[in-house]
Design a protein around this ligand. Sequence first.
Ligand SMILES: [Zn+2]
Length: 186
Amino acid sequence: MIKANPTSRIQIQLYADHIRKCIGYKNKLYFPILKFLEIVLPTLIPNFNYEILSKEEMGNKHGETRPDLDLIQIREDVYSGACIGNGRDRMTIAHEIGHLLMHSKLNISLCRVENGIEEKPKIYEDPEWQADVFTGELLAPSYLIRDMSPEEVSKDANISLAAARTQLRHLPINHSQNPHERRRCL
Ligand SMILES: [Zn+2]
């Protein structure tokens, strides 16, 4: 079992906000994930590379990231889906970018095995959970969608409706809200 350094939802939100701010997308909801992959990432990570691979090569994996090689691999149908604005495919690319930026070999470890039983990682130590939170915050930041419906978020941020609903369910507590309407988040 792979375990990442513990990272809270708030920490990931701040990290995604920082990225958006650095490239001038602080207040724009739609995030150009392909432009970020192809133009911005190579300027941030000198050895960064991405590959578009066939279905034969990738099998049932939509994307895969090798932080040790600064490499993201994307299945060709996912890449072309993202090019034509398919929300799920855009999210797959954001998810892989999350792994690349957050999960270098320095902050990933194998879970300790005790008496042959794997120690179950906490949710905030799960690299898949972390990459999913990063995806939500990069593509549909909590602070921009607070007053929107799931349908509006899905359309304007160009993410799947299911992801828009999930993202709205995890909005951080806004202290100006009625306390009875506050939602919890990690
Ligand atoms: Zn993943």
